[in-house]
Design a protein around this ligand. Sequence first.
Ligand SMILES: Nc1ncnc2c1ncn2[C@@H]1O[C@H](COP(=O)(O)OP(=O)(O)O)[C@@H](O)[C@H]1O
Ligand SMILES: [Mg+2]
Length: 264
Amino acid sequence: MGRVIAIINQKGGVGKTTTTISLGAALAEKGMYTLLIDSDPQGALSIGLGLPAYDLEFTLHSILTDTRIPIAAVTHHVRPHLDIIPSNIDLAGAELQLVGMMGREFVMRDALANIRDKYNFVLIDCPPSLGLLTVNALVAADEILVPLQCEFLAMRGLDALIDVIARVQRRLNPNLKMLGIVPTMYNPRRTHARQVLDKVRASYPNKLLNVEIKESVRFAEAPQQHRTIFEIDKTNEGAEAYRKLAEVIINVEQPERQSQATTS
Ligand SMILES: Nc1ncnc2c1ncn2[C@@H]1O[C@H](COP(=O)(O)OP(=O)(O)O)[C@@H](O)[C@H]1O
Ligand SMILES: [Mg+2]
């Protein structure tokens, strides 16, 4: 059964989308069938991989709001072993539409129920908020990966995030596991970046993954060219770091999982 991982942090600009694309590409490179889900109305994930997100008729929004739309209509095969369900600004309306639905927190989980088994990994790129779309991602997911920018301000939101995760675990998805926190935009020459990591390590023991994603201008260049970091510079340090992250994640031992019942 495929592992569904929500890539989440309510702060914008911390490396969620970059991590979703780069980790997805690294998993695909290792032969893992991977589906990326763009759950941010800004559509940066979709555009970064070269899809004309704003011209698409069928997107994630379609399958969340209309159960008759087949998942094949919204799934794009973009690279070997790598598929994506894109989004665009239409998704901004989904949050409001979801509010009125029965079982509103379970809509994404149900929409994905029939395809997760086709993949080894499903990565959900969350929007920068803790709203209903993010809660849907947390309910649909088995695991959470938190990209954390290595600066003091970034730490502030971490407690609020951990709190929401705990509430979802208690009430909606008891099987949800914290895969870990991955430091992004890390510059080891900056004392304060090292201090942030020490603090996270002390506050959340065993949660900080042993892979740092260093700061590199290549990460900003790649999506502008609609390419992954591996396609612009295969041996780049950043590419290597995401390969290592993929390996760490593949090797996390999995508990026996029961098949999920759907609410629809
Ligand atoms: N390791 C990194 N080093 C340098 N810049 C990065 C790195 N990771 C991401 N970026 C850049 O930082 C910006 C925000 O990253 P992004 O992945 O879009 O964050 P989010 O999805 O959390 O909003 C983008 O311009 C991206 O190219
Ligand atoms: Mg993003």
